[in-house]
Design a binder for this molecule. Sequence first.
Ligand SMILES: NC(=O)C1=CN([C@@H]2O[C@H](COP(=O)(O)OP(=O)(O)OC[C@H]3O[C@@H](n4cnc5c(N)ncnc54)[C@H](OP(=O)(O)O)[C@@H]3O)[C@@H](O)[C@H]2O)C=CC1
Ligand SMILES: C[C@H]1O[C@H](OP(=O)(O)OP(=O)(O)OC[C@H]2O[C@@H](n3cnc4c(=O)[nH]c(N)nc43)[C@H](O)[C@@H]2O)[C@@H](O)[C@@H](O)C1=O
Length: 316
Amino acid sequence: MKKETKIYIAGHRGMVGSAIWRALEAKGYTNLMGKSSKELDLRNQAAVKDFYATEQPEVVIDAAARVGGILANNSYPYQFLMENLQIQNNLIDGAHQSGIGKFIFLGSSCIYPKLAPQPLKEEYLLTSSLEPTNEWYAIAKITGVKACEAIRKQFDKDYISLMPTNLYGPFDNFDLETSHVLPAMIRKFHEAKESGNAAVELWGSGTPMREFLHVEDMADVVVFALENEFQDNLYNVGTGVDLTIKELAELIQQTVGHEGEIIWDSSKPDGTPRKLMDVSKMADAGWKAKIKLADGIKDTYQWFLENIDSFKQVKI
Ligand SMILES: NC(=O)C1=CN([C@@H]2O[C@H](COP(=O)(O)OP(=O)(O)OC[C@H]3O[C@@H](n4cnc5c(N)ncnc54)[C@H](OP(=O)(O)O)[C@@H]3O)[C@@H](O)[C@H]2O)C=CC1
Ligand SMILES: C[C@H]1O[C@H](OP(=O)(O)OP(=O)(O)OC[C@H]2O[C@@H](n3cnc4c(=O)[nH]c(N)nc43)[C@H](O)[C@@H]2O)[C@@H](O)[C@@H](O)C1=O
């Protein structure tokens, strides 16, 4: 890939998109472009078509989506289904119609069936029912995977789909209603420590298992996907290691230095019991995650402390 290739990063202000931007800049790519949702609403098909015609990017990285944790997914099914379908349809079909040869689509590990065998292999897609708390988002993401696969099959273009596990890191969403578990725990333990080690309330039973990938590893795999041609459409991205939500809570509690009680709120959903990625296909292609969870949590907590004021203004 030439360093002056015009690369459009959809969602470049988000946690993942901004990490991809920084990673590409660090590697010397000079022609990056992005638009905020205010400048270009990706749900608007005509606006996206005009954007492609005017800007003519050569490569598209799709990190734009309506994203949220278990409660947001469960509370706003229509937005998670429809906005994601609109955004990705406009981006994928617009890119295809404009003759763009390379497209990287980001999905999520929740596309796999709720009770699929573990670890999750790419071929388990569409083999049984989805997890009800996020089936709306998952159905949109599955449609994106299939759209890229259809373009690859019918038109022989390098459209690929990366399926990340749960992500975390700098610029994550720390809003307690809409965030994922890891940033929520950092904030809850920090605020409880500041209030004299008050008790922390967490959701569900603590028994579900999750796998976490640092966003800088995620950006690194996107750069890898950009710089290499792939033989297939769908690749899992993760560390291949998971832990229970209770173990995650203990790790974050220790990192933050909170010494109070943890209360589990069983009125909140657990979600899928386990979704560990089988990452061997991506490893065979030549990429592996590098950042250990304990190090990534330390780094994210440090970022949280340095940015408390700014993220409160932006996200909450
Ligand atoms: N976070 C996670 O744990 C995981 C994320 N992913 C995937 O990674 C990708 C990025 O997620 P993440 O960075 O966490 O999410 P963020 O919420 O941090 O960022 C999402 C981005 O999408 C943009 N966006 C949303 N709606 C629109 C719209 N209508 N028009 C234009 N832009 C829009 C936002 O733009 P703006 O800021 O300008 O409003 C924002 O920059 C998504 O595809 C997500 O599904 C996959 C697995 C796990
Ligand atoms: C990335 C992924 O993210 C989502 O799936 P999820 O992994 O279930 O999401 P989550 O991170 O919000 O929760 C993980 C686990 O953690 C528990 N939990 C405890 N205490 C808190 C808490 O305070 N906040 C949150 N959010 N969860 C908590 C929670 O009850 C659950 O058991 C989907 O949107 C899906 O679409 C998707 O792609």
